[in-house]
Write a protein that binds this ligand. Structure first.
Ligand code: SF4
Length: 337
């Protein structure tokens, strides 16, 4: 078992975890909210270190990241657990398993082995994904340091609830993130995810300041976060704090595969289209929605002359640019590769 890099002692038997913005105070023998960090004799141990529950190779578009090494594969890893309890979670068996069943299953894989696999498979990136990388930050960090030495880029798919201490440690090795901005309502975050909105907004801004590539995802859940006013607030925040070239991914909710909202209807095409229109009208240059081919919202267009730059069919892509410039008008394209 691994001792955490992020905690402090409060008393003989009490410690405070400083990995995420819950800042759990944990008594001897107890675990934090995520269920994968435990006070063992005054030390914070990480119960999911070396418990890799997923190791696969995905298109980077699946994360989703549309402007970071488009058209490449990413080695994707996860360990069980999460610091959120989202009712809409689609990976809830591995994210909530440690809390619900005390189950922390996975395979021990040395960090060097992850790098060897990425090199053998020629993936330019490693994605820390499927569950929340913050709660396996120690393992992620060990892999990230090795990856950077090999010029492999590190990508977090995250709820953005890491602590300032954690961000400071990981940011020198972090190249790109896709952050869920689940809602612009603190009540939604508290009632539906067991968290708060403010740390997420603060972290999104800090990542941008640190020049880490940021894409945002919002899962639209019928009636819970689909009010136009709230969607406008999300769009205004992205445009003001991150800039109009920041990709915003709108995704469709599916009730049957969710943790606790099985009776909720799936998000309608009309709701997705309405959010897309708000994003475009308010000036975001790259708004994406999956699964509605007729609207061509999966493609990337030049923000200046509107020429199609990347055509997407599912995870298949066709690049129509060179040197990160629009071939028609010469405008720079906000793409990292
Ligand atoms: S990672 Fe977050 S939820 Fe888990 S113990 Fe630490 S502060 Fe608590």
């Amino acid at each position: 078992m691994k001792e955490s890099y992020f905690y402090k002692k409060l008393a003989e038997d009490k410690i405070q975890c400083k990995t995420c913005s819950h800042f759990c105070e944990i008594e001897k023998g107890e675990k934090g909210i995520c269920g994968v960090r435990k006070n063992e004799n005054g030390k914070l141990v990480v119960l999911n270190y070396d418990k890799i529950t997923a190791l696969s190779i995905d298109p980077i578009e699946k994360k989703p990241l549309y402007h970071f090494y488009p058209g490449t594969k990413s080695l994707s890893i996860a360990a069980p657990g999460c610091n959120f309890q989202c009712e809409s979670c689609q990976n809830w068996r591995i994210s909530q398993g440690p809390r619900l069943d005390n189950e922390i299953s996975g395979q021990k894989i040395f960090s060097e082995r992850i790098i060897e696999t990425a090199k053998a498979e020629k993936t330019p990136t490693i994605s820390y994904t499927y569950t929340e990388p913050t709660i396996f930050a120690e393992y992620a960090l060990d892999v990230m340091k090795l990856a950077q030495k090999e010029d492999i880029k590190n990508v977090w798919i995250t709820n953005g609830y890491f602590s300032p201490t954690c961000l400071k440690k990981i940011s020198p090795y972090l190249d790109a993130v896709n952050i869920d901005l689940k809602s612009f309502s603190d009540k939604f975050y508290r009632d539906r995810c067991g968290a708060k909105l403010k740390p997420v907004l603060e972290n999104i801004k800090k990542l941008k300041e640190k020049d880490i590539w940021v894409e945002i995802t919002t899962l639209l859940i019928p009636t819970l976060n689909t009010k136009k006013e709230e969607i406008k607030e999300i769009v205004d925040f992205i445009k003001k704090e991150l800039g109009p070239d920041t990709p915003w991914h709108i995704s469709r909710f599916s009730g049957p595969i969710s943790w606790k909202l099985k009776d909720f209807p799936s998000t309608s095409s009309e709701t997705l289209k309405a959010a897309f229109e708000i994003g475009k009208k308010k000036g975001l240059n790259h708004v994406y929605v999956g699964n509605i081919p007729s609207l061509k919202q999966e493609n990337t267009y030049c923000s200046n002359c509107k020429k199609e730059l990347i055509h997407r069919t599912g995870y298949e892509i066709n690049k129509k640019y060179k040197n990160k410039e629009c071939s028609k008008c010469g405008s720079k394209i906000p793409i990292i590769e």
